[in-house]
Design a protein around this ligand. Sequence first.
Ligand code: 5AD
Ligand code: SF4
Length: 463
Amino acid sequence: MNRVYIKTYGCQMNERDSEAVAAMLRGKGYSMVENESEADVILLNTCSVRDQAEQKAIGKAGHVTARKRKNPNLIVGIMGCMAQNRGDELIDRLPDLDLVVGTQKFHRVPEHLDAMIATMQGQGPRPESIVDLEEEAGSQNTIRSHVEDKRQVSAFVSIMQGCNMKCSYCIVPKTRGEERGRPMESILEEVRELAAKGTREVTLLGQIVNQYGVREFPFVEKKSPFVQLLEQVNEIDGIERIRFTSPHPVGFRKDLIDCYARLPKLCEYIHFPMQSGSNRILKAMRRPYTIEKFRSIIEQLREVRPDIYISTDIIVGFPGETEEDFELTRKHFEEIGFDMAYLFKYSVRPGTTAEPLGDPVATEVKEERNQKLLDILGKRSLTRNESLVGHIEEVLLEGPAKRGEGMFMGRTRGHRKVIVPASERLVGELVPVRINSATASTLMGELMLEGVEPAPTAYANSI
Ligand code: 5AD
Ligand code: SF4
């Protein structure tokens, strides 16, 4: 009764929450399985940010609960944002669901499963479904356990939960609640533990990381709590690279920009959501900055780190987005030259302030706008990647590549994916790699280590 399969939808925050649930379950004697057909318990960790994400998870939950007809002992749960957003409605829709666990209750999953299994083993009637969605003070401090028996070369560290912004399209403040930062010392302790177990890279996670602790902790020498945290993570031996996601233009000040000049472990990469290039739409989105302000932050970042890699989020087709508005988005998107971007078609979310505006931009128009940005992005990513051919990049080897015997995957400091022939013993190492060829998404290279023979290179054809 103790084999658990977790399927995760959505963002890195969700991945991190799933990892923490897995670690807590392992600590209680459960084992995690990679294949859902072997599982006694199936948990779906869900996303609500777009309707499509919810529909996908509901579809999956429907399939999985249907399996309970053949195997009544199977336990099925929905956790995370959609659980929080839809709550009891999920049980109405999927009466065979056993568990609905909200975003502040991940740490309760082991005890809920224990209780459910105990009732089932007592041969009693099928236990009642458990719905646990309350707010819980201090829940941000519970996402800290990591999987014990597996080295994570690169690890996510959740530094805060929730969001106090009120972007008109966004459901996150509803699903994740008020902004709550973890104590700095607890975060640092977690990073030290990770480093001791072989982690080389950490990505600090929060809805708006640069807001971390602004209410809880003081500024010191005009430095925000987030900058203080970065400084301290930079001091931890064994950690070689620091990333974070996502920052917001509001509160992105000189103290943070300067970090890119003075903290050597902070990678020259930033994910910086722009959302739109039209000030009129930014205002309607309740994003409290102008495109000029956004671009000035990027200019300052490029002054201190001319080689910085920048990625972004864009929403096309927000209600009222005209051709002129989109043209501004297109123009700024092209001029800034993003190296990566997540492009989203607007999706109405219930309960948001934009909901009453409906969804007036036609799907085909959204698709066309999306495609225009994708074309720009494809060209820019390819040019940037091609500029690396012939150069030596520092690559953190993360593990075997999905395809190709003897091939390994790693990332440059700029977060570009690199495929290289290597050996298992180099996983977790920072290695110099000469880049030999490039596509828009991937670099191919060879190790430049003395005494390390590159593996035979059939890979050029096989990848
Ligand atoms: N529709 C489309 N995209 C959305 N995002 C958030 N809410 C919506 C929505 N209702 C996008 C934003 C955000 C990213 C995580 O998801 O770009 O930065
Ligand atoms: Fe949503 Fe805006 Fe908060 Fe990001 S900053 S989580 S887009 S409300």
